[in-house]
Design a protein around this ligand. Structure first.
Ligand code: A3P
Length: 289
């Protein structure tokens, strides 16, 4: 049961396993050419990490078919039983490293800011994240059983799920984007025009690719293609850690799927909370495209 528990860590609900030995994360040694991809869970992390991996491999598909967990884009703070920790994996990687994290900005290791690393944040609208996170909780053995949808939605709205409140996360990263030179992207924009958004990423990374390679990346990272890619689906993770019997990791990949899950009453309650929580911020989301 210990495996399933979420504990409050510096005020943020976090999977116990990930925070029990925090020192390696706290004192993580960033390198100046590290590229960090930060997200609240289910915001499109895997999608953008695939884009980044392809950019850094110049569109070479073969190089992008290495094992997801061990070689590609490790999650810094995540520990999976029987596997090296995210930090241990990262320390073995050659530069330039691509690093994923779900940490709220206040828990980020200082080293990334000291080294002035490039950091890309991807945000996705709160309602689709709630639905996607609900299905994800049914797959991941290290997360608590979500129970029925209405119970999970209440936990999500209360900010008691792993990585805490969606509001705190997206706002926290938004507020620091200028200070730290963070590229802040939206899942819905990527859905609308992936090529435009990938160009934004290239510009931010000061990289240039031919139009041919760009098109290749757009194609390879489309939902249609990625959902058939075992690496992108984390098929190398054993079933007892990530169970994809009932739902695939690449579940639906749409903007606005929340409409198939929220009741009218749930939606009203959510909209009320949303207005309260987002009052006064310049951060705006689209709930569908
Ligand atoms: P759904 O559950 O709504 O389908 P993360 O990688 O942060 O865990 O996010 C997973 C979500 O991103 C899932 O959402 C998944 O289907 C979606 N996703 C992954 N790859 C995608 C792609 N190429 N295009 C659109 N959505 C994608």
């Amino acid at each position: 049961e210990m495996l399933h528990s979420v504990v409050s860590f510096r005020g943020v609900p976090m999977a116990k396993m990930n925070v029990e030995n925090w020192e390696p994360v706290e004192y993580f040694q960033a390198r100046h050419d590290d590229v960090v991809l930060a997200t609240y869970p289910k915001a499109g992390t895997t999608w953008v990490s695939e884009i980044l991996d392809m950019i850094y491999n110049g569109g070479d598909l073969e190089k992008c078919q290495r094992d997801t967990i061990y070689n590609r884009v490790p999650y810094m703070e995540i520990r999976i039983p029987g596997m090296p920790s995210g930090v241990d994996q990262l320390e073995l990687l050659a530069s330039p490293r691509l690093i994923k994290t779900h940490l709220p900005i206040q828990l980020m290791p200082e080293s990334f800011w000291e080294k002035k690393c490039k950091v890309i944040y991807v945000a996705r609208n709160a309602k689709d994240v709630a639905v996607s996170y609900f299905f994800f909780h049914q797959m991941v053995k290290a997360l608590p059983d979500p129970g029925p949808w209405d119970k999970f939605l209440a936990d999500y709205m209360n900010g008691t799920v792993s990585y805490g409140s969606w509001y705190d996360h997206v706002k926290g990263w938004w507020e620091k984007r200028k200070q730290y030179g963070i590229l802040y992207l939206f899942y819905e924009d990527l859905k609308e025009d992936p090529k435009r958004e990938i160009k934004k990423i290239l510009h931010y990374l000061e990289k240039e690719l031919s139009d041919e390679v760009l098109e290749k990346i757009v194609h390879h990272t489309s939902f249609q293609v990625m959902s058939k890619n075992d690496m992108a689906n984390y098929k190398t993770i054993p079933n007892d850690i990530l169970n994809q019997t009932n739902t695939a990791f690449m579940r639906k990949g749409e903007a606005g799927d929340w409409k198939n899950h929220f009741t009218v009453a749930q939606n009203e309650a959510f909209d009320n909370q949303y207005q309260e929580q987002m009052l006064g911020t310049s951060l705006h989301f689209r709930t569908a495209i």
